[in-house]
Design a protein around this ligand. Structure first.
Ligand code: ATP
Ligand code: MG
Length: 348
């Protein structure tokens, strides 16, 4: 049995370790789930001070969607099961949330749960981004293969039509052949555009201004909005020129605008297209006043053929991600009940 001075000394030593540690330490009362200790590393991650957390229920600092998971883990601990690792999101003071991976044990004789955690937000984000890039690669490969396969029979049909056109005696007959060839050429040029999305063909970039592309596109998107009883607002700040492929950027803006318009009701809601600079980045933002993105598909955005729409192909966003990647830009999404904003961030 240690005497009181010895115990105090040990506590002091332990406290030094907790203060120094980069891992997060947390002690929770196992009955009330009230927090009784957190170390400075935990304070730093969550943004609240010890005083603000101690004596409050730990669940108040956990993301709403993860509270049940935490309760389950506490129950498993109390049932004597060994809890290895689990991840929950902490609700930080600045409104953000951070993923923390915890190891926890129950000390029944003290009635306490001890947790050691590690902030894994960054590595989780990187993993998600890698998965998204892999999906984009799949789209690229698929687009290349499918386009190739379709172009060959088209070329054959076109050849025969040309033969028939040359043989056609009546003017009307020749006119039909010409129309058929024209339609085939149109389909072919569409496929060429689509193929340009794939890695096999390098795209031409030239130095130009994002605002000019948007201004040129404005009549088209305005007409599109008007037809569906919605409005478009442009808020274009002066931005430096970027190396862009105009056709692809047009396509990307159209896809984002179309999604924004489709997400809104027909009562004069606004879709805003904005450009601005932020540090070393030029940002294109498309903001709608819809109901937000379905949480079940949010993590999988960009997956080809993922759609919640009756007539959607689910290719719009995967094409956007692919175009952004070719422009070394990234896409960030903010979404909630008040609407969704897609941010395309180009590096200078
Ligand atoms: N601004 C938005 N607001 C709400 N949901 C969105 C928004 N943008 C995309 N989504 C969701 O993401 C899904 C995929 O979008 P994507 O553009 O890839 O395909 P789509 O719009 O369904 O079909 P397509 O673009 O081929 O017409 C949509 O079905 C929709 O559920
Ligand atoms: Mg779409």
């Amino acid at each position: 049995m240690l005497d009181v001075t010895e115990q105090k000394k040990n506590q002091k030593v332990l406290k030094r370790f907790f203060d120094l540690s980069k891992d997060l330490f947390c002690i929770v009362d196992c009955k009330s789930h009230v927090c009784i200790y957190i170390n400075p590393a935990f304070e730093k991650v969550i943004g609240y001070s010890q005083n603000e957390i101690i004596n409050s229920k730990i669940s108040s600092f956990i993301h709403r969607e993860d509270q049940q998971a935490l309760e389950n883990k506490f129950r498993e601990l109390k049932d004597g099961l060994s809890v290895k690792t689990f991840e929950v999101r902490c609700k930080c003071k600045d409104g953000s949330s951070k993923w923390v991976e915890w190891n926890a044990i129950l000390a029944p004789e003290e009635g306490l749960i001890y947790g050691v955690g590690r902030d894994v937000t960054e590595s989780k984000n990187i993993k998600e981004e890698m998965a998204r890039l892999e999906r984009v690669n799949v789209v690229d490969r698929m687009a290349a293969a499918v386009t190739h396969e379709i172009r060959n029979p088209l070329a054959a049909v076109r050849g025969f039509l040309q033969l028939l056109e040359a043989k056609g005696r009546e003017a009307q007959e020749q006119h039909y052949y010409k129309e058929m060839i024209k339609e085939l050429d149109r389909a072919n040029s569409l496929l060429t555009q689509f193929l340009a999305l794939t890695k096999s063909e390098p795209i031409k970039m030239c130095k130009q201004n994002l605002n000019t592309i948007i201004e040129n596109l404005y009549p088209l998107i305005q007409a599109e909005a008007k037809v569906s009883g919605k409005k478009i607002s442009l808020k274009l700040e002066k931005v430096p020129d970027l190396h862009l492929n105009e056709d692809q950027i047009r396509q990307m803006i159209l896809n984002l605008v179309k999604n924004g318009l489709e997400a809104m009701q027909q009562n004069g809601e606004y879709l805003a297209v904005k450009t601005f600079t932020e540090g070393e980045k030029v940002i294109l933002a498309v903001k709608d006043e819809g109901n937000g993105i379905d949480p079940r598909i949010l993590e999988k955005l960009g997956t080809p053929f993922l759609t919640t729409k009756k007539d959607g192909t689910g290719l719009g966003l995967s094409v956007c991600y692919s175009i952004a990647k070719r422009h070394k830009a990234d896409i960030k999404v903010e979404t909630g009940a008040g609407g969704t904003t897609f941010f395309v961030r180009f590096s200078l």
